[in-house]
Design a binder for this molecule. Sequence first.
Ligand code: PLP
Length: 380
Amino acid sequence: MRFETKIVRAGIQPDPTTGSIVPPIYQTATYVLPEVGRDLGFDYTRAANPTRQVLEDNLAAIEGGKFGVMFASGMSTADSCLKLLNSGDHVICTDDVYGGVSRLYNKVLSRYGLEFSYVDTCDASAVEAAIRRNTRMLWIETPTNPLLKVMDLEAMGRIARAHGLLYAVDSTFATPVFLKPLQFGADLVMHSTTKYLSGHNQLIGGVVITDREDLYADLKFVQKTIGAVPSPFDCWLTLLGLKTLHLRMKRHGESGQRVAEFLEDHPKVARVVYPGLPSHPQHATARAQMDGYSGMISFELTGGIEAGKTLMNHVKLCGLAESLGAVETMITHPATMTHVEVPREDRLARGLTDGLVRLSVGIEDVEDIVEDLDQALSRA
Ligand SMILES: Cc1ncc(COP(=O)(O)O)c(C=O)c1O
């Protein structure tokens, strides 16, 4: 099966009892056993559910891996991956990792004896230098949220192998349409399925995919033991969204490029960060390992914080929203929205400047998106 056929069909069979082409929503908590000691493959939905199973098989096939494990959110996916470690273990993590993940690491998991170092994982020598006697995991996010840094996954894979580290990649921004981290040696690939994979701002979810049977067994154990599982209905909605993943991503990528080029030429914009632009610091890496650049753009307004507020208050088509990766275009100004409570010094130290804007380009007519940004920028 070719890649785009897998998206529509892999792991999905007509329902054996009715022939329904769409997998049914098995909205049940429990299953009746035919006799003591024998079930029909399912006993309790926290452990396994047929709708979830179809989704896990479909996502594993799309990612090019053997096993998928679904969780109730991207965050519970990250948390569950970290449950593979033990107290006292050390993790090296991309410095510009999604803020929710660093909050999980710093405020929750560090209380249980895990140690974290945040490193510029674009720099292999910085990663090597951060390795300690107790380092067990390399956690890479590429492209990053929100600064869109791109990592060389093959180089990171070499380091992980040489030092026996578990190699995890958060590939939420790229999706398997544009990047397949397992091909570069990743042990675990995770996605917030809230974003492009489900694609319609309709649910919260997460998945991890692996080729390793031992890790799959451990993750299944964590899944059923902790119980952070998605509802059968959310799994079904994700399956529905996934059917058009390749079509949506092609459009997100084409429109992302057009909007990035428009912004790069705009006098009110000081800098545009988009992996598809030759000006992106890791454009060569992105070109070599990705098949497209997705719909996420970050840009810096010349007018700083006031310009950011004005832009946010004057866009009409672009929605002021904290999420990303859906059919609707969404815009975020970290300084006044997602990071408004972070002290300015700390925010600046993380590269989140006053005029930084993050844009998730949707699949509307791209000229409507450009026109909306243009009219709002003229006031900023
Ligand atoms: C790159 C990345 N990873 C993980 C997450 C967390 O996912 P969720 O919101 O589904 O818990 C997000 C959310 O924005 C994200 O952008």
